[in-house]
Write a protein that binds this ligand. Structure first.
Ligand code: ADP
Ligand code: MG
Length: 238
């Protein structure tokens, strides 16, 4: 079953077309990775899914609803950004529960959710710290936890590990894969790194210049690349 469908999506900034007739189905429960060179339109595509950017043409469907006119807060999609975007003056706890307070979730319920989720992502000892006193990996976990409390149908992670050093990045990749298994929710993960893409995704969407080159399993991409770009980008042996 498709959790998300993009039907003929295009996007122009002023006169420049950056996305062209994009058609894509993202399977429910999948770990889908959008991969392609910098500037190819990955972030723009997912910002449109989250409702943070309006497409110039086409339809976006989440489950059986066209969400073209649905505001971001009602799309049941949580986005984790590259730069974390944490509130610097709030504690870890404050950051995690911020969105819940806005939605009128009771104090008891909030405490329980923050406790459960901080344990899952390994933040339980740090709840009273401020972001500036955390490591990069811990900040990334706060950003994740903040998305998780909303229990969204879809997590969108836009290059979430790019600010981390190589060792931590490896560790966080493994943690994210485990988290995906545990939650069973649809993850859409963006990276420009083909090794990261192939090691994490069960569905890989290769993009270039605003167009999808191929959307397949990692195995299929390796064995049967649709075109030269995919073959070279994924690094299929000649
Ligand atoms: P990626 O995430 O793959 O690196 P982006 O989606 O950020 O690529 O950008 C795709 C193209 O759209 C790039 O050419 C970028 O310069 C352009 N772009 C993105 N956001 C804007 C914007 N707000 N205004 C004008 N051009 C933009
Ligand atoms: Mg981007």
């Amino acid at each position: 079953m498709a959790r998300i469908q993009l039907k003929g999506i295009s996007k122009k900034f002023k006169d420049e077309t950056v996305i062209q007739d994009l058609n894509l189905e993202i399977k429910d429960g999948s770990f889908t990775v959008l991969v392609g060179p910098s500037g190819c339109g990955k972030s723009t595509t997912l910002r449109m899914v989250a409702g943070l950017e309006k497409q110039s043409g086409g339809e976006i469907w989440i489950d059986d609803t066209c969400v073209n006119d649905t505001p971001p807060g009602l799309r049941d999609v949580a986005m984790v950004f590259q730069n974390y975007a944490l509130y610097p003056t709030m504690t870890v706890r404050g950051n995690i529960e911020f969105g819940l307070k806005n939605r009128g979730v009771s104090r008891n319920e909030r405490e329980k959710l923050v406790k459960d989720i901080s344990e899952i992502v390994g933040l339980a000892p740090f709840l009273d710290k401020k972001p500036q006193n955390l490591s990069g990996g811990q900040r990334q976990r706060v950003a994740l936890a903040r998305a998780m409390v909303k229990k969204p149908k879809v997590f969108i992670l836009d290059e979430p590990l790019s600010n981390l050093d190589a060792k931590l990045r490896n560790q966080m990749r493994t943690e994210l894969i485990q988290l995906h298994k545990r939650l069973g929710t649809t993850f859409v993960y963006v990276t420009h790194d083909q090794v990261e893409a192939m090691s994490m995704g069960d569905e890989i969407v290769v993009m270039n210049k605003g167009e999808i080159q191929q959307a397949d399993s990692p195995m299929k991409l390796y064995q049967d690349p649709a075109n030269l770009f995919t073959a070279q980008f994924i690094g299929t042996p000649a």
